[in-house]
Ligand binder design. Structure first.
Ligand code: PLP
Length: 466
């Protein structure tokens, strides 16, 4: 005898009431529905999304090992903030921070007698955007304290940076900071040390440099900018700190470009952010911010709460947050080690090179990056004299019909006239997939040549990921 008097439902799923007529999907229904039917319905709705594995626009993880799926499943109920309740998850976060501080060459403090030394401090975040916000806030608070200590005004803060991701525009707007975003130049696509120092003054809270820009994947000349800021200090006394936005590069350069000095080895670098869910290979929702020493994170930004049991310092923006992403990051760090990360990133670069070589065969494109400078991505534009009867936007449209998501966009000032296309090659982008993509490029270009669109310059606006 069943406990309840419900009839066991043996109907075919697609004959059930929820499936047989259109539902009002904009209002919460009065009645419950069959979970299997609702699951199937949502599952099918999601077929309309682009396919993540064919999303060549994103820097984020779109392929994850089975073990990561399993750990995420096991951690679905873990709240990152409940550090007293889930002490091992808290411990795992702090182990990741130790590993990343070390990866980014923070000073070690094994000798307690060393009074100058204070260990790095940091936290996990939902991504680089939150991490950048925290890094930027620390710059602003520290600058204000410096200004107050010498009796100077602190009402006109500015931030000097190269071509930054939108999170820095948000940071500047939310905190009413003047964003001095330096123009880029055709051929270099990053800020230059001369420009950086020219834009700095006593109200500069810091300089942000990007290790792998969103637009072309180039690393900014961090060591050179650092040297230029040293010179500025000798000449003017201005001591300007740096924050490195290593959203992508933080997990690429330490494995692939060890000759580049960009991290805590440079004394002006006070904080670094990175996206665990990009080249860190964690699933979506994982970022990191780390400060060189405890002194670089102002006390004012640390809140202590005691209502979870124990006294817990917190400086992330969110309170509750899933714990699984951090556990999965820990898994990747333990599982891959240097050897594994090097192999994964090396194969991304090799695949990107393969793709760039294939695209070069068309003899239509000039490359802004063919993965030889910075991140494993390929970024190109039409050759000046190509005189094509269609635009890159229309080429993106044609490829989208075959499932490929390839962004076309304009570069930031002063290169706004330059229209480019880009793919990001990452874990899970195989050479075989790129062969299929090249074949589709060839066919779509041939179709567009055969029957050129009526408005060859027409931009389309539905798809622009930048
Ligand atoms: C992706 C990216 C960000 C934003 O990071 P999220 O992890 O998506 O929040 C910031 N800066 C750079 C350079 C990026 O590539």
């Amino acid at each position: 005898m069943p406990l309840h008097n419900h009839k066991v439902n043996i109907d075919d799923l697609f004959t059930s009431e929820s499936m047989a007529k259109p539902l009002n999907v904009h209002r919460i229904s009065r009645k419950e529905r069959n979970p299997k039917a609702v699951y199937q319905m949502i599952h099918d709705e999601l077929l309309l999304d682009g396919n993540a594995r064919q999303n060549m626009a994103t820097f984020c993880s779109t392929w994850l090992e089975q073990e990561v799926h399993e750990l995420m499943q096991e951690c679905i109920d873990k709240n990152m903030i409940d550090k007293d309740e889930y002490p091992q998850t808290a411990e795992i976060e702090s182990r990741c921070i130790s590993m990343l501080s070390n990866l980014w060459n923070a000073k070690e403090c094994s000798d307690p007698a060393e009074t100058q030394c204070s260990p790095a401090i940091g936290c996990s975040t939902t991504g680089s955007s939150e991490a950048a916000m925290l890094g930027g806030m620390a710059l602003k608070w520290n600058w204000k304290a410096r200004r107050q200590s010498i009796g100077k005004s602190y009402d006109k803060p500015n931030l000097v940076c190269g071509p930054v991701q939108v999170c820095w525009h948000k940071f500047a707007r939310y905190w009413e900071i003047e964003l001095r975003e330096l123009p880029i130049r055709e051929g270099s696509y990053t800020s230059s040390p001369e420009d950086v120092v020219a834009y700095c003054d006593e109200n500069t809270i810091g300089v942000v440099q990007t290790l792998g820009t969103t637009f072309t994947g180039h690393y900014e000349p961090i060591e050179e900018v650092h040297a230029a800021l040293d010179k500025l200090q000798q000449e003017t006394g201005l001591d300007i700190p740096m924050h490195i936005d290593a959203a992508s590069g933080g997990f690429v350069a330490p494995f692939m470009h060890t000759e580049i000095k960009w991290d805590f080895r440079l004394p002006r670098v006070k904080s670094i952010n990175a996206s665990g869910h990009k080249f860190g290979l964690a699933p979506l929702g994982c970022g990191w911010v780390i400060w060189a020493t405890k002194q670089d994170l102002p006390e004012d930004l640390i809140f202590r709460v005691n209502y979870l049991g124990g006294e817990m310092p917190t400086f992330a923006l969110n309170f509750s947050r899933p714990g699984g992403e951090v556990i999965a990051q820990y898994y990747n760090l333990l599982r891959l080690g240097y050897e594994g990360y090097i192999k994964v990133q090396e194969s991304a670069f090799a695949a990107a090179e393969y793709f760039a070589a294939g695209l070069e065969q068309f003899d239509l494109f000039d490359f802004l990056n063919n993965s030889s400078k910075g991140l494993p991505l390929v970024c190109w534009k039409f050759k000046e004299d190509a005189n094509m009867p269609f635009s890159l936007y229309q080429l993106s449209d044609g490829l989208r019909q075959r499932g490929w998501l390839i962004p076309t966009y304009t570069l930031p000032p002063n290169c706004q006239e330059t229209i480019v296309q880009r793919i990001v090659v990452r874990h899970g982008t195989s050479v075989d997939m790129l062969c299929l993509l090249l074949k589709d490029f060839k066919e779509v270009i041939a179709e567009l040549m055969d029957s050129p669109p009526c408005h060859p310059d027409k931009k389309h606006t539905s798809f622009n990921h930048s």
